[in-house]
Design a protein around this ligand. Structure first.
Ligand code: C2E
Ligand code: MG
Ligand code: MG
Ligand code: MG
Length: 284
């Protein structure tokens, strides 16, 4: 920031000085959040919320996605869209990500003991692959809790394909060979190439909520979802529709034979106690 400032002075530009000032403030704010998040992990300011993944036909919960929440001591709740990128660029995502996996598995094991037959799905940042999450560590975590590997789903986004493709592929193959499941998250928004669907070891794709949001109004979005469903069926991939907010969207998806879904229509992501209440209310 000092260098930028002196350069701005040389050029005598007022606007440029103002700009670097703002940039400096942003850097400091970001640095603070980074430091606070590190502390927050230790001070237990982070928690998971759980959102059911349901059978679209009957609404029964089959599993749940674990979504990270951070309650900052002074600033209150900070959105994952804000703090996850900070965790990624600072490298903290590894510790944070491992905490998520352990917490999710412990919670799942607890609910299994209570008789709920569910699976847990966690988001894995591209920055955690391949070195941040060792396949053998995953095996140990689940085994110690008496969970079979298939009880754990790892959600990756299409951005994994933009990194070291070979290393990522090896990691995916290894993890999947151990029995863990892989979902491709936010499908349709990233660098997707259809060849990835063919060549990568995947269990399901999660159709991004922007398609679901627009499908009621836009025939084009409906056509896209129809095409994704047909393609996934050919490739033996399951499909989970994200962001279902109303009954019309659900009905359209059911009509297209989409089997699984997630969204506010069924439930928002909930803290532990409220999620348990949701499970009891939906006991079949
Ligand atoms: P995502 O994995 O695609 O998660 C789905 C997001 O959509 C969640 O936002 C969820 O609250 C929201 N959502 C669910 N149903 C609906 C709906 O019906 N309508 C609308 N408008 N939104 C819905 P959230 O919890 O804010 O998380 C945002 C993103 O942050 C996640 O997107 C994921 O990419 C990332 N994230 C969250 N937790 C973790 C984590 O533990 N690790 C990593 N690496 N990323 C995480
Ligand atoms: Mg996800
Ligand atoms: Mg998603
Ligand atoms: Mg997302």
């Amino acid at each position: 920031a000092t260098i930028a400032l002196s350069r701005a002075k040389e050029q005598g530009g007022r606007q440029i000085c103002f700009f670097t000032d703002a940039m400096g403030r942003e850097l400091i704010a970001r640095h603070r959040l980074e430091r606070d998040l590190k502390q927050g992990l230790i001070r237990q300011e982070v928690s998971l919320h759980y959102q059911p993944i349901v059978n679209l036909q009957n609404g029964q919960p089959l599993g749940f996605e674990c979504l990270l929440r951070w309650h900052h001591s002074e600033q209150g709740f900070i959105r994952p869209d804000i703090f996850i990128p900070i965790a990624e660029s600072s490298g903290l995502i590894r510790d944070l990500g491992n905490w998520v996996i352990e917490t999710a598995c412990r919670q799942l094991a607890h609910w299994r003991r209570q008789g709920w037959s569910l699976y847990a799905s966690v988001n894995i940042s591209t920055r955690q692959i391949p070195d941040g999450v060792a396949p053998n560590w995953l095996l140990k975590v689940t085994r110690d809790l008496g969970l079979e590997p298939a009880a754990l789903v790892l959600e990756v986004t299409e951005s994994v394909f933009a990194t070291d493709l070979e290393a990522v592929t090896d990691w995916l193959r290894e993890v999947r060979a151990l029995g863990f499941r892989i979902y491709l998250d936010d499908f349709g928004t990233g660098y997707s190439s259809l060849s990835y669907l063919k060549n990568f070891p995947l269990d399901a794709v999660k159709v991004d909520r922007t398609f679901v949001r627009d499908m009621v109004e836009q025939e084009r979005d409906r056509a896209l979802i129809r095409a994704i469903l047909a393609m996934c069926q050919e490739l033996d991939l399951q499909v989970v529709a994200e962001g279902i907010e109303n009954a019309v969207q659900r009905q359209l998806l059911c009509d297209l034979d989409c089997a699984y879904g997630q969204g506010y229509l069924f439930s928002r992501p909930l803290p532990v106690g409220e999620f348990e209440a949701f499970l009891k209310a939906h006991a079949s």
